[in-house]
Design a protein around this ligand. Structure first.
Ligand SMILES: [Zn+2]
Length: 165
């Protein structure tokens, strides 16, 4: 191999490594994206119109498209029907989490009614957390279907071409 060809190859490799590093470094992380209820495609736009869960009536209102990248929020009609399983799994997760700390700090026993305390606390927590669990189950559901950067970024307002009569 001649010297210049070797240098050229090395240059390509280095450029590739730098590009790869930049892509990874500029990518907003997955976990803050999910916790912050951000769009899975750009991890910047909000998935819900209201940041607060109040008013409760508008709690589940989502924009049709991500305000930052234009990612569709409801991939198809009835897309979110499957979220029941996700919120069920999240509820089970809360119950297990409670069992862990309750078992550690209090302990389960029929004698001092502590098992009823556990059930009472868990049911109350699940009721209180219900709005958040519902929101997060949609977030997780959309993250399962849309990977980061999977659709090209489109500035807001620039809709896909629709056929005009
Ligand atoms: Zn987006």
């Amino acid at each position: 191999m001649s010297g210049s060809a070797f240098l050229q190859r090395t240059e390509i490799k280095v450029t590739f490594a730098i590009n790869f590093y930049n892509t990874m470094a500029n990518r907003p992380s997955l976990l803050p994206g999910i916790l912050g209820m951000k769009c899975p495609n750009c991890r910047k736009g909000n998935m819900y119109i209201n940041k607060s869960i109040f008013p409760l009536k508008e709690m589940m209102h989502m924009p049709e498209r991500c305000p930052v990248c234009g990612q569709k929020m409801e991939l198809e009609v009835g897309f979110y029907y499957g979220t029941g399983y996700v919120s069920y799994a999240l509820s089970v997760g809360v119950a297990i989490f409670n069992a862990a700390w309750f078992g550690f700090f209090v302990g389960f026993s029929w004698k001092n009614n502590s098992i009823w305390w556990y059930l009472g606390i868990t049911v109350a927590m699940l009721l209180l957390l219900q709005p958040l669990l519902m929101r997060y189950s949609r977030v997780l559901y959309l993250y399962m279907f849309v990977k980061y950067g999977s659709s090209p970024h489109r500035p807001p307002g620039q809709e896909e071409q629709t056929s005009v009569e």
